[in-house]
Design a protein around this ligand. Structure first.
Ligand code: DGY
Length: 331
């Protein structure tokens, strides 16, 4: 008998066929994100589930006694309650590697968009206001090439951002991360820096850290005060890495110049969020990895992790905090 699984988000025919070869499955066919109560109900009799950033709580796990694996079609897994998953012996997987270059492209598009004021000037032209300025200097932006970029978080995606910054734009790059990366320092000439010093010196501060209790509100009032008043903050990590209230204040007071944001504390962002009214803030709807090719690769990887989780107990991309479960799980 094939193991039973649940597919909690839309997937392509190809991915569905692959899962169907190995598993019996049901899938969410409603509109939008699956409601949590529906997910809980559907998980009562399955061994595996494929999700995208669904909230995995102790309550959900308690109602899913057969569950062996939760396969997240995303690299971030801050939606997992890791402690509860450990207690219930449920593996969690994610989709690293396949999205690194795509997210690095997006980070750079926010750097360029904010520095050269692309969304703001695009609106001016489209609204027929080109030529109505007193002075064309009102369109001037700031250079990206040869500027200093401070990258907070130096994992796989951080490295791809470094390559673009150093080789493409000849930027100086400072970085901060839990561990220093001598091989990247050697390869690209980047420099490890304490966070305060990175914030003081950088023209662009790029956040690409996972959201954990340690990185929650890593950027707050004090950190914005430390940044240059001409600096631009780029967040393509998770919204809650930034204290959004403090960011709004810093922008209003001119403590920093601008921000490029792919992520928000509340998603979808509220239409009343003051950040949406600010010309010097470029905003996107959490699309770091969202290209056709990359999302397809992520889903296939998530499907492979799901299938391996329920058939062998040893999926490839178990998140590091749960790898200790692998020995108990292997069958
Ligand atoms: C990721 O993969 O973590 C992206 O942010 C999409 O959630």
């Amino acid at each position: 008998m094939k193991p039973k699984v649940y597919i909690a988000r839309p997937i392509s025919k190809e991915v569905e066929e692959y899962i169907g070869e190995h598993c019996d499955y049901r899938k969410w066919e409603g509109k939008g994100k699956i409601p949590q109560e529906v997910l809980m109900e559907e998980l009562k009799d399955v061994e595996g589930v494929l999700v995208q950033n669904a909230s995995v709580t102790n309550e959900l796990l308690e109602q899913a006694p057969k569950l062996k694996v939760i396969s997240n079609s995303a690299v971030g897994y801050d939606s997992f309650d890791l402690k509860a998953m450990k207690q219930h012996g449920v593996l969690g997987t994610h989709t690293p590697f396949v999205l690194d270059e795509t997210v690095a492209d997006l980070a750079f598009s926010l750097v360029l968009a904010t520095a050269r004021r692309v969304p703001e000037l695009n609106n001016i032209v489209k609204q027929g206001k080109w030529g109505k300025q007193k002075d064309s200097r009102q369109f001037f932006g700031t250079d990206v090439h040869h500027a200093t970029m401070g990258i907070v978080g130096m994992g796989r995606i951080g490295e791809k951002i470094v390559r673009r910054a150093r080789l493409g734009f000849e930027m100086e790059v400072l970085y901060n991360s839990r561990t220093s990366k001598p091989e990247l320092e050697e390869k690209y000439g980047i420099v490890y820096s304490e966070l305060d010093s990175l914030l003081e010196k950088s023209d662009f501060v790029v956040l690409i850290v996972p959201l954990t209790p340690e990185t929650h509100h890593l950027m707050g009032e004090e950190q914005f005060k430390t940044m240059k008043d001409s600096a631009i903050l780029i967040n393509c990590a998770r919204g809650a890495v930034v204290d959004e209230k403090a960011l709004i204040e810093a922008l209003e007071k001119g403590e920093i110049y601008g921000a490029g944001l792919d992520v928000f504390e509340q998603e979808p962002v509220s239409p009343d969020n003051p950040l949406l009214q600010m010309d010097q803030v470029a905003v996107l709807p959490h699309i770091g990895s969202a290209t056709e090719k990359t999302r397809a690769a992520m889903l296939m990887k998530a499907a492979e992790n799901l299938v391996a989780g329920v058939t062998t107990g040893v999926p490839e991309n178990v998140v590091k905090e749960l790898q200790g479960l692998l020995e108990d799980e292997a069958i």
